[in-house]
Design a protein around this ligand. Sequence first.
Ligand code: GLN
Length: 216
Amino acid sequence: MIGVLNLQGGVVEHLDHLERLGIPCIPVKDPADFCRLSGLIIPGGESTCMSRLMRIFGIEEVILREFKRGMKIWGTCAGTILLAKSIVGEPTYLGLIDIEIERNSFGSQLDSFVSEACIPQVAPHLLPLTFIRAPKITRAGEGVNVLLRMEDYIAAAESPDVLVTVFHPELTGCVAFHRYFAKKCGFDPLDQKSIPAIDPAWNSKSWTRQTRITRS
Ligand code: GLN
């Protein structure tokens, strides 16, 4: 089972992508839900807000405990900020991957942009990339494998247990990263629905199919 941290941000978009691939998934917020996860996605959103909610709900120590047990974690954008060992000019949160990150490094929301790149480990063709008030990974430490380097920054990286992307595959038709993360969590790619890495059935309203988010 893969969980998507359901505090704030792009939760339903990730669930929608996982469902496209036929991967069992749930939104998670209750500490009891985390013990059945082989992987957790911390979505994009607003890292300050999410970190405060994590503390209010007592989720930080649960994530650290389950990570020690073997749960893999993927952070997208704000999720990457929460996972970084070092944040320029700010205290760190979970600190589970040895990267340095600079928040809002491209400027304001208006400086958001789309791009594309090939990441051979993830898929053999160009992948769409959506950056929304994104951070830049400015350094990767020992044991961290850089998956995508752009001009003066790193956009995607991984350790054996953590995947980080400063862009948002869940806001495009690209399911290649979800497939890649599911494999990292131990799911057999043969068990997944065989849809193309860029799902032609996706559109910008697809996330509205999701009705599972509980408001409590
Ligand atoms: N700018 C946000 C932050 O610092 C991240 C933006 C995002 O997740 N799209 O938390």
